[in-house]
Design a binder for this molecule. Structure first.
Ligand code: PLP
Length: 450
């Protein structure tokens, strides 16, 4: 452990002077200083001033098992002594990677029986981009190169995965999207549904996929990638009609489907995978975050018999130094063991999700809250000046969300804001009393943001 031997102000000065943060405005950091987190247990973080903060985001949607599980630290320690590193390139393998691949294959739905490891969700989606194109090349259809994804989807931050994502503010920096990636509109009924019913809107947004396939030419489209529930875009729970229609279209044109389960996987939607919640049959599934509950960096592409059978006929010239890293794999195995043996995923779906859902939906009686959406243990509320018109805070979009997030933080609650949406994704292990505290602090913060 790195001891905290400096006063907070000095840590903040060093942080702003030397540490470049992801997705953070440098000037704001220098002005205000970061809140420095020193330890965590269960669903609570402790900062350098000794405050206890309820982490309703499970870090970055990843600490599914909760903080402070010693078994994971012990698994890392044991593995580091036994074999701290070896690779899985060039005809070598090791026990943690083998056992983890086999366990993931057991848990994953359908014929997703093959695992290509990466260090993160971004890397795994870069793998997917190359894999679907290579699949079609090996199938004798090299023109099938285009991948379709959705505006406001998030698939990572590398050039490949950031291009797959539909975050325009990211595309503006660093030359994204790269060629061969097309975006269609998202199924966000509250913000974009106008006068349509959610059901009609779900069909319309799914049909946008078919229209785009026909524009491009089906014989040029390799794959469609999507999160079962868009997370970073604002927890966009699609209308019920959306996924069945998407499935119909993908089957009609024989297009591969990549389900990005980086957030939805490992219990977040109340089942092991979001694909089970929505009855999807992916050809490839992206996993990361909850795979190790964030205790070690690891991600993977989980690949169907159909795709792996073709890719495996040649050498896929792709891989990362840390593909299947033994320590990360050992930690992930221990995490999966606990999630399963302690019934954490099962309880999240059958007990915690209904309790949290009822409490979360009760926030719609607040004057600022227009809509509450929740799927399992991922939820969002839309802040609005006019509930009846589903109006956004037009000119200053995002400002009210930011104020609300800052009020939450001041009240020792981590919630995220995406524009004027407030988001939660707590550890799956959150108790009913902790959910009550979460809602109490959220309500107080909303009152203060009014
Ligand atoms: N895919 C989804 C759906 C994500 O939410 C994220 C990260 O938030 C990623 C991919 C990228 O994962 P990573 O940050 O581990 O690269």
């Amino acid at each position: 452990m790195i001891e905290n031997h400096l006063p907070t102000a000095e840590l903040q000065r060093l942080d702003a002077a030397h540490h470049m943060h992801p997705f953070t405005h440098g000037d704001a950091l220098a002005e205000k200083g970061a809140r420095i987190i020193t330890k965590a247990d269960g669903v609570f973080l402790t900062d350098s001033e000794g405050n206890e903060i309820l982490d309703a985001m499970a870090g970055l949607w990843c600490v599914n098992i909760g903080y402070g599980r010693k078994e994971l630290a012990e698994a890392a320690y044991r593995q580091m002594l036994q074999l701290p590193y070896y690779n899985t390139f060039f005809q070598t393998s090791h026990v943690p990677a083998i056992e983890l691949a086999a366990r993931i294959a057991e848990l994953a739905p359908g014929d997703l029986n093959h695992v290509f490891f990466a260090g993160s969700g971004s890397e795994a989606n870069d793998t997917n981009l190359r894999m679907v194109r290579q699949y079609w090349a090996m199938m004798g259809q090299p023109d099938r190169q285009v991948v379709i994804s959705r505006w406001n989807g998030y698939h990572g931050s590398s050039v490949g995965s950031g291009s797959l994502g539909g975050m325009k503010f990211m595309h503006e920096q660093g030359g994204m999207p790269i060629p061969g990636i097309e975006h269609i509109d998202q199924p966000d009924w509250w913000s974009e549904g106008g006068d349509m019913t959610p059901e009609a809107f779900g069909i319309a947004r799914a049909r946008a996929l078919e229209e785009r396939i026909l524009e491009i030419g089906a014989d040029r489209v390799a794959a469609f990638i999507a999160e079962p529930v868009q997370g970073a875009g604002g927890v966009i729970v699609p209308p019920e009609t959306y996924w069945p229609e998407i499935k119909r279209i993908l089957a009609k044109y024989d297009i591969l489907f990549v389900a990005d389960e980086v957030i939805c996987g490992f219990g977040r939607t109340g089942n092991w995978f979001g694909s089970q919640t929505y009855d999807l049959v992916p050809d490839i599934m992206t996993i990361a975050k909850g795979l190790s509950s964030g205790y070690a960096p690891i991600g993977a592409s989980v690949v169907s018999d159909k795709v792996a059978g073709v890719i495996g006929k040649g050498e896929f010239a792709h891989g990362y130094t840390y593909s299947g890293h033994p320590v990360a794999a050992a930690v992930a195995l221990e995490n999966l063991r606990i999630l399963d043996e302690e019934g954490i995923v099962e309880r999240a779906g059958s007990v915690t999700a209904p309790y949290l859902g009822a409490k979360w939906n009760s926030l719609t009686d607040h004057p600022l809250v227009g809509e509450a959406r929740i799927c399992g243990l991922m939820g969002s509320i839309a802040l609005t000046p006019d509930k009846a018109r589903r109006a956004p805070f037009a000119a200053d979009k995002g400002t009210v969300g930011l104020i609300c997030r800052e009020r939450c933080f001041a009240n020792n609650l981590v919630m995220r804001h995406v524009g004027d949406r407030m988001i939660i994704s707590p550890p799956l292990t959150i108790s009913e009393a902790e959910i009550d505290l979460l809602i109490e602090r959220a309500r107080l913060s909303l009152d203060e943001a009014l």
